[in-house]
Design a protein around this ligand. Structure first.
Ligand SMILES: Cc1cc2nc3c(=O)[nH]c(=O)nc-3n(C[C@H](O)[C@H](O)[C@H](O)COP(=O)(O)O)c2cc1C
Length: 371
């Protein structure tokens, strides 16, 4: 394998930014200081994360917003072209595109990925997503497949990307979803045999797909239960190893609220969720995910909505810099390889994290300073 991607680098706990292409990023609220997708903002924040040694810059694949007063995520940049621009303006981070498989033919996806791998000089990575937000997929005019068929489609789609990236010969393919006549792909990606692949499937089928086909998988840490997270991480690792003989990285999606004290950070979160949150948008979002009354008890549903508003349902890193570094140390100690992070006031939060939390992670031996 050859790769310049820092995703395969030595840091014990890897870091990524999430959502620097979509309006509001991951917080469903209307406060000042949120991320808005202008190209200057993208360059500013991906540049700051890159210079600080973050391993991953992951955009969200989105085609329309979730309504409400903010139309959360409605304004957004397409992720392959975002990745091409970010690749050209950064130096070390792994630059991701997030690809909804039903919206792009594998020959086009493979070619775009290879092109960005060359632009980034071997730092491209691909987040494969099947799609779940029906109103955005319906815009494409094709029926939305059943959940498990989406993964069958994704498996054939990804097999084809890998074949295009690696085959030195032309090939024909007659599958369930695709017919390819004399498939051909040159040049090959810089990373050999191909760039890292991420998938964040949470269902049984999604997990098997990721364990079999991908290099990075996500766990959802429920209720901040670190021991449950340990079991879940072990289970996913075991699934990949026992079923497919593979070792994969395990990451979690987190949101970070950093302030001078834990109490101030919690109070700020309560304010931007309870007072300033876009509850209509989050209602639309959880309904699309199939999380609603009847599926979850009322209390759990309200808690889920709270954390979706706070940061896309991620694991909360909330407190002063010491508390956040401690929490991240705990995540690492139960086997997590990486944290994908977003901040409600993105620019301010990211910079403060870099200034105050990163040195603590370095002192704890979780990361080395950028050389
Ligand atoms: C970190 C992370 C990133 C994701 N990115 C996207 C995305 O950009 N677009 C999207 O439609 N779904 C995205 N998803 C949703 C997942 O791909 C997946 O559909 C979801 O976790 C449900 O799992 P399942 O598909 O196995 O049911 C993301 C999920 C996570 C945890």
């Amino acid at each position: 394998m050859t790769s310049a991607s820092p995703l395969y680098g030595p840091n014990k706990l890897k870091l990524g930014t999430f959502g620097l292409n979509v309006d509001g990023a991951c917080a469903i609220t209307s406060i000042d200081g949120m991320f808005h997708p202008t190209w200057d903002n993208v360059l500013d924040l991906t540049g700051a994360a890159d210079a600080a040694g973050f391993e991953a810059l992951v955009p969200v694949a989105r085609w329309r917003g979730f309504g409400g007063e903010t139309n959360f995520n409605g304004a957004c940049f397409e992720t392959y072209t975002w990745a091409a621009g970010v690749a050209a303006s950064t130096r070390r981070a792994g630059v991701f595109a997030t690809s909804h498989v039903p919206t792009i033919h594998p020959i086009v996806a493979a070619k775009q990925a290879t092109t960005i791998d060359h632009i980034s000089r071997g730092r491209f990575a691909l987040n494969v997503v099947c799609g779940w937000f029906e109103p955005e997929l319906e815009m494409f005019g094709a029926p939305v497949m059943s959940h498990d068929d989406r993964y069958a489609y994704a498996a054939e789609w990804l097999d084809l990307l890998k074949l295009l990236w690696t085959s030195q010969e032309e090939f024909d393919h007659h599958g369930r979803f695709f017919d390819i006549k004399r498939g051909f792909h040159q040049p090959k990606p810089i990373q050999q045999p191909f760039p890292p692949i991420m998938n964040a499937g949470g269902s049984g089928v999604g997990r098997h797909f990721a364990a079999k086909n991908c290099d990075m998988i996500f766990v959802h840490i429920k209720g901040q239960d670190i021991e449950a997270a340990r079991r879940d991480i072990e289970e996913v690792r075991e699934l990949a190893y026992a079923s497919y003989g593979r070792e994969i990285q395990i990451w979690a999606n987190c949101y970070c609220v950093i302030d001078d004290t834990d109490a101030k950070a919690r109070a700020f979160r309560d304010w931007y969720v309870n007072e300033k949150g876009d509850w209509t948008a989050v209602d639309n979002l959880v309904r699309s995910l199939g999380i609603q009354t009847g599926v979850l008890p009322k209390e759990q549903l309200e808690a889920a909505k709270y954390h979706f508003i706070a940061g896309w349902g991620g694991y909360p890193l909330v407190g002063d810099a010491g508390r956040i570094a401690d929490e991240m140390g705990k995540l690492s100690s139960v086997g997590l390889d990486g944290a994908l992070i977003s901040w409600p006031r993105y620019g301010e939060g990211l910079r403060r994290f870099i200034r105050e939390v990163l040195p603590r992670l370095e002192s704890a031996g979780l990361r080395a300073p950028v050389s």
